[in-house]
Design a protein around this ligand. Structure first.
Ligand code: NAD
Length: 261
C-alpha cells in the first residue's frame, strides 16, 4: 500500500500510540504533520528520524489542543505547507483517575477539551478540504472506555463515549463521499499514559511495577498482553486503504478480548 501522495495529520504524535501511528503512515510514504508536547531535542530527534528513515516530509505543530485557536493555526499551517490534509488521526488524549466526588473540575474541563472537543474542531477544519479533494480518512482514537466504563474515570469515559458518537455522526454526514470516519478502541497499551497508572497501583498496593502491570491486565484484558502501538498503526493503515472504503462509523476494538466479556 502506498501513501506517497497523502498528507497525514496525527495529533499527540510525540509519544505512545500517536508516534506508532505516525511511523506506520510514514513507512508507507505519507507526509506527516506531527503534534504534541515534549522536550525540543526529543521532538527534533523524531523529525530527523522520520526524514532519514522514511524519507518523508514532516512538519511539527506545538498546538495545545485544549485551545481551539491553536488547532486552527495547526491546520492552517499544514494547509500552507502541504496544500492538503488527506488523513486526520485524532489521537491526543489525557487521563485523570479519581472518584467523581473528588474529581477536580479543571481536570474534567481539560479532558473534555483535549479528548473530545479537539476532535470536533479538527474534523470541522479539515473536512471542507477533504470534500474539495474528494477523498479523506478521519480516524478517531477512542478506547474500550468509549464503549464500557471503569470506576474513577468519569471524564475519560464520558469523552471517549462522546468520540464514538461524534464518529458515527460524521460517518453519516460523509456517507455519500469518499471520505470515511471511524474510531479505534484500544485496550491497554504500554505508553506513558498507562505507565502512570501502573506506578500509582504499585505505590498504593506496595508491589513492584511488573506485578502492577499484570494486575492491571488481568483485571480487564483476557489476553494478559498489552496491545502495541504498531498494532494500532496497522489498523490505521487498513482504514486508510481502499479495502476499507465502505467501513464507516465503526468502533474497532483492539483490546485483547476486553470487550468480549
Ligand atoms: P501518551 O501520554 O503516551 O501520548 C499522548 C500524546 O498526546 C502525547 O504526544 C502528548 O504530548 C499529546 N498531548 C497531550 N495533551 C495534549 C494537548 N493538550 N495538546 C496537544 N497534544 C497533547 O498516551 P497514549 O497512551 O499514547 O494515548 C494516545 C491516545 O490513545 C489517547 O487518546 C488515549 O486516550 C488513547 N488510548 C490509550 C490507551 C492506552 O492504554 N495507552 C488505551 C486506549 C486509548
Amino acid at each position: 500500500m502506498s501513501l506517497q501522495n497523502r498528507v497525514a495529520l496525527v495529533t499527540g504524535s510525540t509519544s505512545g500510540v500517536g508516534l506508532g501511528i505516525a511511523k506506520s503512515l510514514a513507512e508507507q510514504g505519507a507526509s506527516l504533520i506531527l503534534n504534541g508536547f515534549g522536550e525540543p531535542e526529543h521532538i527534533q530527534k523524531i523529525l530527523s528520524q522520520f526524514e532519514a528513515e522514511y524519507r518523508v516530509r514532516t512538519f511539527y505543530s506545538e498546538a495545545d489542543l485544549a485551545k481551539p485557536d491553536a488547532i486552527a493555526k495547526m491546520v492552517q499551517d499544514a494547509f500552507e505547507i502541504f496544500g492538503r490534509i488527506d488523513i486526520l488521526v485524532n489521537n491526543a488524549g489525557i487521563q485523570h483517575v479519581e472518584k467523581i466526588d473528588e474529581f477536580p473540575t479543571e481536570r474534567w474541563d481539560a479532558i473534555l477539551a483535549v479528548n473530545l472537543s479537539a476532535v470536533f474542531h479538527s474534523i470541522k477544519l479539515c473536512l471542507p478540504r477533504m470534500r474539495q479533494q474528494q477523498w479523506g480518512r478521519i480516524i478517531n482514537i477512542s478506547s474500550t472506555h468509549g464503549l464500557v466504563a471503569s470506576a474513577n474515570k468519569s471524564a475519560y469515559v464520558a469523552a471517549k463515549h462522546g468520540v464514538i458518537g461524534l464518529t458515527k455522526a460524521v460517518a453519516l454526514e460523509t456517507a455519500l463521499s469518499k471520505i470515511t470516519c471511524n474510531a479505534i478502541c484500544p485496550g491497554w497499551v504500554l505508553t506513558p499514559l498507562v505507565e502512570k497508572q501502573i506506578e500509582a497501583l504499585a505505590n498504593s498496593e506496595n508491589i513492584n511495577s511488573k506485578e502492577a502491570s499484570l494486575r492491571l491486565l488481568s483485571e480487564k484484558q483476557p489476553s494478559q498482553e498489552f496491545v502495541t502501538a504498531e498494532q494500532i498503526g496497522a489498523a490505521v493503515l487498513y482504514l486508510c486503504s481502499e479495502a476499507a472504503a465502505q467501513v464507516r462509523g465503526t468502533a474497532l476494538n483492539i483490546d485483547g478480548g476486553w470487550l468480549a466479556q
